[in-house]
Design a protein. Structure first.
Lengths: 204, 441
C-alpha cells in the first residue's frame, strides 16, 4: 500500500561511506607524509647551513689579546638563539649549541679577566625542571644583571639538557642540589640579592 | 552485516594509523566524524539522479499565508499567476495584517485568486484556514515573500506520479542578494540544496520548507493539519509525513526564490527559531525508527553540533596559548628567563609536519567550493565571492553563535514570540514559573 512502507536504513551506503572515509584517511596520511618529507629536506639544508655557521663562529671564538669583539659576537648569537628557544619550538641541536656557546663565552670571559686584568663577573647558574627555588633565584639574578649589565654575565645550565658540557660542569662543581650559583668558586644555593651583590662587588 | 563489520575494521585500522601520529584525540574525533559525513554526502550525491518522470499536471491549490507583507504580496501573486501550469487556484490568507496586505491582495481576486482575512494566529493557523477552502487533491503552501520560477510547479508535480511520495520540496535560492548577510545566505542555501538532494536520495528529508512545498491532500488529511503551537510547522509536518511512511521527494529543477533576513540580528532570530524547533521535533528518540533519517542524519547532525563547539574552544585555546609566556612573566614577578623544554616529538609533529587533519580539511573545503560553484551555474546564479568566502571562513562561528543561543534559550531563556506563536521558554524558567504558582500552605 502506498505510503505504508517502513523506513529502511541504507546499509550499503554506510558501508561504502566507511570505505571512502578510510580511503580519505589514507590519502591524507600519504599527503601529510609527503609534505613532511618535503619540509624535512628543507630543514636538512637549513641544518647543514647552520652547522657551518656554528663551526665558523667557534673558529673565530678563540681568545685574542684583550679584545672584547669576539665576546660581543658570541653574545649577540646567544641573544638570537635565546629568542628562538623562548618560543618553545626548536630542534634539540639548537639547545645544545646554545649551551656550547654559553660555555665558550664563559671561557672567553675567564681568559679576559686573567690575561687582560678584566673585572667581568661570570656567574654560573645551575637549574633543573620543576624547581620553584630556581625560578625565584632566576628573578634575583635578572635584577643583578640589570644592575650592571656590562660586567655581570649569567650562564644558565639546565641539568636536564643531555649535553656533555652540562654534565662536565655539574661534575666539576659537584652540583648536587638546585639551584646552585657559582661566582668565582663561591657556591650558594639560595642567596639574597645583597649577598650576590657583595660577592660580585668583591670580584670587581 | 559481515561486510559492514569488515568496513568497520578498516575504519578502526586507519584510525589507529592516525593515532600513531600522536594527533590530539579531540581533533581526531572531529576529523573522523567530518570525514565520515563528507563521505556519506559525496557518495549520496554521486548516486543521486533526477527521477525520470512523465509530465503530470493535475490541478493544484496554492495557499499563501500572509502577515504584513504589503511590500511583497503583489510580486508573489504575480509570480504565481505567471507560472507555466495549466490549472491552479491561489488562496491568500491574510493573518490579521496591520498594513495593506489584504487590500493589495484583494486587487487580484478573481477566478484563480481567492483572498481571505482572519484574526492573527500564526502561519500554521493561516495554512489550516486555507486548507478548509482548497478545491483540489494537491496543496501547495507558499510564503508571501517567495517567488517561484515559471516551471517550478510543473517540475514539482511530476514527482507525485510515485504514489509513495507524500510531499515534494523545491530548490530554495536567495532572492536578489544585496548585502553581505544575504550573500552569506546565498552560499548557505546552495550548500543546503546539495544536502537536500543527498537527503532525497536517502529518503531522509525532515523539512518541507515554508517558501514552497506541495503536499498530497489525502496525506494531510491522514496526518492531520499543521501544528498551530509549533514554531516550525514545516519541520513538524515533515516528520509526521515521514512517520506515516510517505516519502518526501525533492524537485531540484524547481527553483523558488525567497527573501531572506537582511541583518545578522534578524538572521540569528530566524535560525534560533529553526533550531529550537529542530531540538523539539527532530531530536527525539521517537524518530530513530525513520530509517536513514533516524540512524544517519539525526546522529550526524547532533555530532556536527558538538563539533561546532569543539572547534570554537580549540580556536580560543590556539589564540590564547601564545600568551602563555606573558602569564609566566607575570608569575615570576617580572623576571623573564629562558626555560627551554625538551620535546623533539612535539616539534616534529607540530612544526615540521602537515598533519592529515589539514589535508582532509583542505579536501572538504575544495569540494564545498566546487559544489557551490557548480550549483550556482546550474541555476544561472551570479557568483558572490564575498558571500562564499565569508560562508567558508565564518559558518562555524555563526553556527556556534546560533547553537549557543539555542542552548541558552532552551535552559534559561524566557518566552519568545515568533510571528503569531509564542515559544514557551527554557526548562529552568518553566520550572521556576511552575513552582511559584504552587499555593503556599
Amino acid at each position: 500500500m502506498a505510503g505504508r512502507s517502513s523506513k529502511k536504513v541504507d546499509k550499503k551506503l554506510i558501508e561504502l561511506s566507511i570505505y571512502l572515509a578510510v580511503l580519505l584517511f589514507l590519502v591524507s596520511f600519504a599527503g601529510a607524509y609527503l609534505g613532511l618529507l618535503g619540509r624535512t629536506s628543507l630543514v636538512e639544508s637549513d641544518v647543514s647551513n647552520t652547522l657551518v655557521d656554528m663551526l665558523s663562529l667557534l673558529e673565530i671564538g678563540e681568545p685574542t689579546a684583550c679584545d672584547l669583539t669576539t665576546l660581543h659576537i658570541i653574545g649577540d648569537e646567544l641573544d638570537r638563539i635565546g629568542q628562538i628557544l623562548s618560543t618553545g619550538k626548536y630542534p634539540e641541536y639548537l639547545l645544545k649549541y646554545y649551551v656550547l656557546l654559553e660555555y665558550k663565552h664563559y671561557k672567553l670571559v675567564e681568559s679576559y679577566n686573567k690575561d687582560c686584568n678584566g673585572s667581568l663577573t661570570p656567574i654560573l647558574f645551575f637549574i633543573t625542571k620543576d624547581c620553584p627555588k630556581c625560578d625565584a633565584m632566576a628573578g634575583i639574578l635578572t635584577n643583578l644583571k640589570q644592575s650592571d649589565p656590562g660586567h655581570i654575565y649569567i650562564y644558565t645550565f639546565n641539568a636536564t639538557i643531555p649535553s656533555p658540557i652540562v654534565h662536565y660542569l655539574i661534575r666539576h662543581y659537584n652540583v648536587k642540589e638546585f639551584p646552585t650559583i657559582v661566582v668565582d668558586h663561591n657556591i650558594c644555593h639560595v642567596c639574597t640579592y645583597d649577598e650576590l651583590r657583595s660577592i660580585a662587588g668583591e670580584k670587581r | 552485516m559481515l561486510r559492514l563489520a569488515i568496513a568497520f575494521l578498516f575504519l578502526i585500522a586507519s584510525i589507529y594509523l592516525l593515532v600513531q601520529l600522536s594527533l590530539n584525540p579531540v581533533m581526531l574525533f572531529v576529523t573522523i566524524i567530518s570525514t565520515l559525513y563528507f563521505a556519506l554526502i559525496l557518495l549520496s550525491y554521486l548516486f543521486y539522479e533526477e527521477r525520470k518522470t512523465e509530465d503530470f499536471a493535475p490541478p493544484v491549490s496554492i495557499i499563501v499565508p500572509a502577515y504584513n507583507e504589503e511590500e511583497n504580496i503583489a510580486e508573489t501573486i504575480q509570480g504565481l499567476l505567471s507560472m507555466d501550469y495549466p490549472e491552479f487556484e491561489i488562496i491568500v490568507v491574510d493573518d490579521g495584517s496591520t498594513d495593506r496586505t489584504y487590500e493589495i491582495a484583494k486587487r487580484f481576486e478573481g477566478d484563480r485568486v481567492k483572498v481571505f482575512r482572519k484574526k492573527n494566529g500564526g502561519k500554521a493557523s493561516a495554512l489550516n484556514f486555507g486548507l478548509k477552502h482548497v478545491s483540489y487533491d494537491f496543496v501547495a503552501c507558499m510564503d508571501a515573500d517567495s517567488v517561484p520560477s515559471k516551471n517550478a510547479l510543473r517540475e514539482i508535480m511530476k514527482l507525485f506520479l510515485d504514489e509513495d511520495v507524500g510531499a515534494v520540496t523545491p530548490a530554495l535560492l536567495v532572492y536578489k542578494p544585496g548585502n553581505l548577510v544575504e550573500k552569506f545566505q546565498w552560499a548557505e542555501y546552495l550548500t543546503s540544496e546539495l544536502i537536500r538532494r543527498v537527503y532525497d536520495h536517502m529518503d531522509a528529508q525532515y523539512v518541507t520548507p515554508g517558501p514552497l512545498s506541495v503536499y498530497r491532500k489525502k496525506v494531510l488529511d491522514e496526518v492531520g493539519p499543521f501544528n498551530e503551537n509549533s514554531i516550525v510547522e514545516d519541520l513538524e509536518m515533515a516528520i509526521r509525513i515521514q512517520h506515516a511512511g510517505y516519502r518526501i521527494a525533492h524537485a531540484s529543477k524547481a527553483a523558488v526564490y525567497t527573501k531572506t533576513p537582511r541583518t545578522w540580528r534578524s538572521l540569528l532570530k530566524q535560525r534560533l527559531r529553526w533550531n529550537l524547533g529542530a531540538v523539539e521535533h527532530l531530536f527525539s528518540k521517537h524518530n530513530l525508527t525513520l530509517g536513514n533519517l533516524g540512524v544517519i542524519v539525526i546522529p550526524f547532525t547532533l555530532l556536527g553540533i558538538s563539533i561546532v563547539f569543539i572547534l570554537f574552544f580549540k580556536m580560543l585555546y590556539d589564540l590564547l596559548k601564545p600568551l602563555e609566556p606573558f602569564f609566566t612573566f607575570l608569575k615570576l614577578g617580572g623576571h623573564l628567563t629562558v626555560k627551554p623544554t625538551l620535546d623533539t616529538q612535539t616539534f616534529l609533529a607540530s612544526t615540521l609536519s602537515i598533519n592529515p587533519i589539514q589535508v582532509i580539511s583542505f579536501i572538504i573545503t575544495l569540494f564545498a567550493i566546487y559544489f557551490v560553484l557548480k550549483l550556482a551555474k546550474e541555476y544561472n546564479e551570479p557568483i558572490y565571492w564575498d558571500g562564499l568566502l565569508l560562508f567558508l571562513a565564518g559558518y562555524f562561528l555563526f553556527s556556534f553563535a546560533v547553537w549557543s543561543l539555542v542552548i541558552y534559550y532552551k535552559v534559561l531563556g524566557g518566552e519568545i514570540r515568533f510571528g503569531g506563536v509564542t515559544w514557551r521558554g527554557g526548562a529552568l524558567r518553566r520550572l521556576i514559573r511552575s513552582s511559584s504558582s504552587f499555593p503556599s500552605t
